[in-house]
Design a protein around this ligand. Structure first.
Ligand code: FMN
Length: 183
């Protein structure tokens, strides 16, 4: 049975990004009849920020990386901060073994205040996923603050994109993985 793990890169609580991750994770979990967990960067922010070594990780980080490695489907989401994805989310991936996620499938998502940075998810998160040899769904999800009301996702258009991205992920999960060149 496929395992699903979502990662929310926001530093705040409550968080629209986390709400979006929960939405995608719930949809995928229902479709795949699979268990799901969420890694919330806000909850490990202090320990993550003070970790600079590639080994001897603190327990919270080792547990998060173990969850990621055991997953088949990842939901990787970040708020846009200063025209990019969150720096601490990058640090989380910077500390990770480049071979750890080879062949996994991911749905990419971001939240932001404006239209201007919607392509962060395609130009930045997708290149990060490619580095790790992750297969990403062609449909990515970008939700603006106006698409939430009181930290609830209230946009039908985003709900539809979530449904489409999950269907694409189910398709990718059925494929047999070819040989992959790891960076
Ligand atoms: C430090 C900071 C920088 C931000 N920079 C941008 C930005 O460059 N472009 C944008 O569209 N939104 C920007 N935003 C808005 C957030 O991306 C947006 O409010 C997002 O929904 C926050 O997600 P969260 O509720 O999960 O924290 C910024 C917010 C913060 C706190």
């Amino acid at each position: 049975m496929a395992k699903i793990v979502g990662i929310s890169g926001s530093l705040t609580q409550p968080s629209r990004t986390k709400v979006l991750v929960e939405e995608i994770v719930a949809s995928a979990s229902k479709k795949l009849h699979a268990p799901a967990e969420i890694i919330d960067i806000a909850q490990i922010a202090e320990v993550l920020g003070s970790t600079i070594s590639y080994s001897n990780f603190p327990a919270e980080l080792s547990e998060a990386y173990a969850k990621l490695q055991a997953a088949d489907l990842l939901i990787i989401a970040s708020p846009v901060y200063k025209a990019s994805y969150a720096g601490l989310l990058k640090h989380f991936f910077d500390l990770l073994d480049p071979k750890a996620l080879v062949g996994k499938v991911a749905i990419l998502a971001a939240t932001g205040g404006s239209d201007q940075h919607a392509l962060v998810v395609d130009y930045q998160l997708r290149t990060l996923a490619s580095f790790f040899s992750i297969y990403t769904t062609p449909t990515a999800i970008y939700a603006k603050d106006t698409e939430f009301t009181d930290y609830q996702l209230t946009s039908d258009a985003i709900h539809k994109r979530v449904e489409i991205a999950v269907e694409q992920a189910v398709f990718l999960l059925k494929q047999e993985e070819p040989q992959t060149l790891v960076a």
